[in-house]
Design a protein. Sequence first.
Length: 209
Amino acid sequence: MQPISQVSGRAYPWGAKNIDTDVIIPAHWLKTITREGLGKGAFETVRAQPGNIFDDPEYAGSPILIAGDNFGCGSSREHAAWALADMGIVAVIAPSFSDIFSGNAFKNGIIPVVLPQEAIDRLIEVAKTDSVTVDLETMSVTTPYQDRFPFELDAFRRQCLMEGLDEIGLTLARDTAISKYESGVSEHRPWMSGDRAYAGIVVEGAGRP
């Protein structure tokens, strides 16, 4: 996972509410065994409509999506986050998210930014012509017009996003401590390390009623 401190660029000024994971990535795309290429199926039903925002050259490659309330509701499919990431989305701004989607987004390097509807309305207007910036250092969303909207994010999630640490990365970051613990186990509890010298030990009284 790539470290993220700031995301700046054009944003899809969508604002649609109650967008479930089936809209984000339809079920027939779930047969894939790889995360790559899912961006082509993202918002497939929306893209089937003429003049949709996701195929508008004005917003091509935008790293930010501005959505409405209850974004990511419905099923728990992680493919929804995979599809957004494959599209190049690094931050989603909305008044609220499904808890499961929010967790999946975080684990896949996407910042779920919660802002009040008034801020969403303003950002949608700005995004039609100008860039938007999401900054994890200052925990704020800003525009070229001096708009500044502070947001909150769990401190642990913020740290993981800024350091680019997913679950595997977190484990590897503790490699020294894990190795030290395992060495101690081998020294003080050799029977747990598979030492053949202890393989045939019978504990006195074992098996007795």
